[in-house]
Ligand binder design. Structure first.
Ligand SMILES: Cc1cc2nc3c(=O)[nH]c(=O)nc-3n(C[C@H](O)[C@H](O)[C@H](O)COP(=O)(O)OP(=O)(O)OC[C@H]3O[C@@H](n4cnc5c(N)ncnc54)[C@H](O)[C@@H]3O)c2cc1C
Length: 395
């Protein structure tokens, strides 16, 4: 089976940034992408909030990211990841083009906005139809726009959009919002917001840019036109989670749960970008996640590779495990180190606090401990605290 150090799934801003950081850290990086590198930003013509670039189209920015990753010789592969598995402590990435064994995996498969599916929606994406208020709100300064939806996101984002738009209609199919009471109160007391109850969006019309919406009252059946310059759909967002469902811990909705180092519930599997359970899904946050994930993965790989070659591969090795946060254990480790040097005993010192995965892997329950490993298994061990103990163990 093909064996790689770091396999990254998804070449959006998160995956491409992870590749840049991974390559610069000297890792062997394989980046898997089922579509066009660049990810979701390829769908927009306006990016104005990537620092340092005042304006770019999404595909321009995506290409810059890609070229940057290529500069560091990232290997790209055009394939779809179907599953991730953990076998014998290794992570296996199963794609439509074969299986890859990876020391570490970064899930950066992103997310997608649910579409409403009405007439005119697809052709006006990026031309007045938007799914992201933070991304596109500023393009509607002093214009009238509409929001579709009735949940928390729709109601809160409508309030946010009043920072730009002169009027925000909220089109909702029922006669009350599903959002929480505080959010509804803020929206309904905002003079720039006007709810349009019991109404659905039938069509988005306009020559090039959005010019009007065709809406239908579900109670009366009446059809009318609503002239607006833009419409924001808040009918849901979901992660691309088919290949990791049931493998890593996810929050409601399928979003991957990580800590701030981008570690998932499974050792050696990290997640970065929109696929994570987080608040702000943007290029800048996806890239930041990617950088962190790559550096955490790099530390993990180095630790694994180093520890494996030091502790698990040799026929026989003596190792002393201690905790660097216990002063007495640090003192004993100094004694062991001096003893080892004096007697050329070749004892390897391992900070078990920082390398807890190895401690668990070897089944060490107590520290400080001197162990003799034979082919990666503990042949014998002893709690030591003095040179006499050490000498006794080695005798
Ligand atoms: C229309 C639009 C406008 C936007 N405007 C802005 C903006 O102005 N500013 C801003 O900061 N953000 C904007 N965003 C949000 C921004 O694009 C995302 O936050 C960002 O792209 C997330 O990056 P990511 O790498 O996490 O995921 P993505 O960009 O979604 O990339 C994930 C990649 O993974 C690939 N993938 C998924 N599943 C698999 C699989 N099984 N196998 C292989 N590959 C897979 C996908 O094909 C995709 O290329 C916009 C989004 C949209 C849709």
């Amino acid at each position: 089976m093909e064996r790689r150090e770091l396999v990254i799934i998804g070449a959006g801003p998160a995956g491409l940034t992870a590749a840049i950081y991974g390559r610069r850290a000297g890792l062997d990086v394989l980046l898997l992408e089922k579509g066009v590198p660049g990810g979701q930003i390829n769908m927009t013509d306006e990016i104005e909030n990537w620092p340092g670039v005042k304006h770019a189209t999404g595909s321009e920015l995506g290409l810059m990211f890609r070229e940057h990753a290529e500069k560091f010789n990232t290997e790209f592969r055009d394939c779809t990841v179907e599953k991730i598995e953990v076998r014998d402590d290794m992570r296996i990435v199963i794609t439509d083009k074969g299986e890859i064994e990876a020391e570490a995996v970064i899930i950066a498969s992103g997310a997608y906005f649910r579409k409403l599916g009405c007439k005119g929606e697809e052709e006006h994406i990026g031309a007045g139809v938007s799914y992201c208020a933070v991304c596109d709100g500023a393009f509607f300064e002093d214009l009238e726009i509409a929001v579709v939806g009735g949940g928390n996101t729709a109601v809160e984002e409508a309030v946010y959009l009043t920072n730009f738009a002169s009027k925000v209609y909220i089109i909702h199919r029922r006669d009350e919002f599903r959002a929480d009471r505080a959010a509804v109160g803020r929206a309904l007391s905002n003079p720039r917001i006007e709810p349009i109850w019991n109404t659905v969006l039938e069509e988005i019309a306009g020559d090039g840019m959005v010019e009007k919406l065709v809406i239908k009252n579900v109670k009366t059946g009446e059809i009318s036109d609503l002239p607006v310059s833009g419409v924001f759909m808040f009918v849901g967002q979901a992660p691309y989670d088919e290949f990791f469902k049931g493998v890593v811990e996810c929050a409601r909705g399928g979003w991957v749960v990580t800590n701030e180092d981008m570690e998932t519930s499974i050792e050696g599997i990290y997640a970065a970008g929109d696929v994570r359970n987080k608040h702000l899904r943007q290029v800048v946050t996806a890239s930041a996640d990617g950088a962190i994930a790559a550096m955490t993965a790099s530390a993990f790989i180095n630790e694994q590779v180093h520890l494996r070659s030091t502790l698990l591969d040799p026929e026989k090795v003596l190792a002393f495990f201690y905790s660097s946060i216990e002063e007495t254990q640090v003192q004993i480790s100094n004694t062991v180190e001096s003893f080892s040097k004096e007697h050329s005993a070749g004892i390897v010192l391992i900070d078990g606090y920082r390398n807890s995965r190895m401690v668990n892997k070897l089944g060490i329950l107590e520290m400080p401990i001197l162990v003799e490993l034979q082919k990666g298994k503990i042949a014998r061990s002893e709690i030591v605290s003095s040179t006499t103990d050490i000498a006794g163990f080695l005798a």
